[in-house]
Write a new protein. Sequence first.
Length: 115
Amino acid sequence: MAIMITDECINCGACEPECPNTAIYEGGVEWTWGGGTNLSEVELEDGTVLSGEDEMEPVSDEFYYIVSDKCTECMGFHEEPQCAAVCPVDCCIEDPDMRETEEELLTKKAWMHGE
Ligand code: SF4
Ligand code: SF4
């Protein structure tokens, strides 16, 4: 499953540079599919086609947040979720609403990075 950041976050920013998928953004900052990935275009389930450079609505305006669709739990890069490893207040936790198998996470990683 993907990792999520709770409202215990103290906005220290330590997690952001650690993410191999650029799935972590500062609160209030727009995110992109193409940031830190090779995605130049993305087709959503409803058929909408987006550019990798399109700026997407922040998931949180108050705290650092994780784009679930870009989080692979660091699979394919690291042994454990790097955000959780560096977070000083342990607020990077498993997201119960984003349960994915290891295979699904590795497929997501390959899709994002063009492998
Ligand atoms: Fe990024 Fe890894 Fe944290 Fe997911 S678990 S947000 S891929 S650092
Ligand atoms: Fe928030 Fe933890 Fe990331 Fe710091 S490392 S910004 S406390 S989630």
